[in-house]
Each structure stands twice: as structure tokens, then as C-alpha cells.
Design a protein around this ligand. Structure first.
Ligand SMILES: NC(=O)c1ccc[n+]([C@@H]2O[C@H](COP(=O)([O-])OP(=O)(O)OC[C@H]3O[C@@H](n4cnc5c(N)ncnc54)[C@H](OP(=O)(O)O)[C@@H]3O)[C@@H](O)[C@H]2O)c1
Length: 220
């Protein structure tokens, strides 16, 4: 059955690939991004300008939605600023927190009143946010912003369970996008296919799950 998907950061990378695949399948896409995604608009997607760090943008996005309109919200926008113990950049850490952790929370909180029972919030995290899975260190800003996102996701899943809304945390894999400078194990199309398959499998209201796009369960 055709559904309506809201995607943040839909103008390039994994978000763009997911948007195209959803349009291919006949779904409705609301692309919330900073830059106009002309390729998606040409295919019938709705564009809502939205920087996830700007409360005004996020409020306007929520205002633009009808109650019950969105079936699935994919909070995908993110940034990576590489660092190491020898090259810490606290401003870059704060920036990553704003975009990767507070951004999705800002959007989720604003749109939650417009979601209805059976809706799903899928948060694009990273296994780099897993504490148990951290075997190589470094990336202080990126890792901690995604760890914070994972914690936020668990609270969201508890808070929204009574409204019948599920929360799913996804790792897209190591994906060839601008974020990785084109390096990675899979392309954005393959990653997006896995992400959407996990989303289609659904997530019951209750404690969030943390899953790899390939289907594996990930440790928090
Ligand atoms: N690629 C990987 O290997 C990998 C691995 C694990 C997790 N992830 C996660 O997957 C998600 C997508 O990454 P990607 O690889 O597709 O990266 P990407 O190609 O760099 O795309 C990032 C997207 O996020 C948007 N964005 C950044 N800051 C934003 C803001 N303040 N407000 C709204 N949109 C913003 C960008 O929009 P602009 O064009 O306006 O900058 C762009 O659409 C991210 O959350 C990332 O952390 C990626």
C-alpha cells in the first residue's frame, strides 16, 4: 500500500537513494532538506526547506504536515568531522551534536504530534555510535554524537510507545557517499535498499532496536 515517507537530508547520499527507491515503488516522499532536490521534485516529491539545526525550519516543517499524513519519518541528515585524540576540535564536536543528535530529536519532537498509531520513526545512526562495537577509538565527535542519538532514540521509543509509534535505529553500512569521500563497502543504492527493507519489516511500539541495513542486530 502506498505510504508517505518524510526524509531529512534527502538531497544527496543515502537519503536521496532511499527517496528515489520509494518513488519507484509508488510511495509519496516529503523531502526535508537544506537544498532543493530538483531530481526528486521532478518525480513528484514535495520539498520542504529544512536545516535540522534550525528550530524555525523544523517548526515550519511540522506545521506543513497534516495529522496522520506521515507514515514513516526517516531522520537521516548527518555530518562527519574526522578527529583524533591528537586533533580534537571541540567546535566540530558541538556541530556534530547539533546535526546528528539534537537535529533528529528536534524533528522527532516537532512532528510527533502529527504522527498517528502505527507510524514509524527510523533514525539513521551508525555503528560508530555503539560503545560495545568501538574497537578502534578516535572519531570523538562523530561517535559521541551518534551514541547520543542512540540514547535519544531509546527515550523516544519509550515516550512514543503509548501513542503506538515505533522507533528503529539503523546503521546503513560503510557506504560510498560524500561523507566517506566515496570510500565504502557498498554504494548508496544497495544501502538504501537494505535500510528500506528493515523499515518495511517494521518496528512495534516499545524499546527501540538497533539494526544494520543488512538485517543484523547491533549492540548498543
Ligand atoms: N556513508 C556512510 O558510510 C555512513 C555510515 C554510517 C552512518 N551514516 C549516516 O547516514 C546518514 C546519511 O549519510 P550519507 O553518507 O548519505 O552522507 P552525505 O552524502 O554527506 O549526505 C548527508 C545529508 O545530510 C544533509 N545534512 C547535513 N547537515 C544538515 C542539516 N543541518 N540540516 C539538514 N540536512 C543536513 C546533507 O544536506 P546538504 O547537501 O545540505 O549538506 C545531505 O543531504 C548520516 O546520518 C550519516 O551519519 C553514513
Amino acid at each position: 500500500m502506498p505510504q508517505t515517507y518524510l526524509i531529512t537530508g534527502a538531497n544527496r547520499g543515502i537519503g536521496q537513494a532511499m527517496a528515489h527507491q520509494l518513488l519507484d515503488a509508488g510511495h509519496t516522499v516529503i523531502a526535508a532538506c537544506r537544498r532543493e532536490p530538483s531530481d526528486l521534485i521532478a518525480r513528484g516529491a514535495t520539498f520542504v526547506p529544512c536545516d535540522v539545526t534550525k528550530q524555525q525550519d523544523v517548526d515550519a516543517l511540522a506545521d506543513a504536515l497534516q495529522p496522520g499524513e506521515v507514515d514513516v519519518a526517516i531522520l537521516n541528515a548527518g555530518i562527519l568531522r574526522a578527529d583524533s585524540l591528537q586533533s580534537l576540535d571541540f567546535d566540530a564536536m558541538r556541530e556534530q551534536f547539533e546535526v546528528n543528535a539534537l537535529g533528529p530529536l528536534r524533528v522527532a519532537a516537532a512532528i510527533a504530534p502529527k504522527l498517528e498509531e502505527g507510524a514509524l520513526i527510523a533514525l539513521t545512526s551508525s555503528r560508530m555510535g555503539s560503545i560495545e562495537d568501538n574497537t578502534s577509538g578516535g572519531y570523538y565527535g562523530y561517535r559521541t554524537s551518534k551514541t547520543a542519538l542512540n540514547s535519544i532514540a531509546m527515550s523516544l521509543s519509550r515516550d512514543l510507545a503509548e501513542d503506538g509509534i515505533g522507533v528503529l535505529v539503523l546503521h546503513p553500512g560503510f557506504v560510498q557517499t560524500d561523507m566517506t569521500g566515496g570510500r565504502g563497502e557498498v554504494d548508496a543504492t544497495t544501502s538504501a535498499r537494505g535500510m528500506l527493507a528493515r523499515i518495511e519489516e517494521g518496528q512495534r511500539p516499545g524499546p527501540a532496536r538497533f539494526r544494520h541495513a543488512n538485517g543484523r542486530e547491533l549492540p548498543w
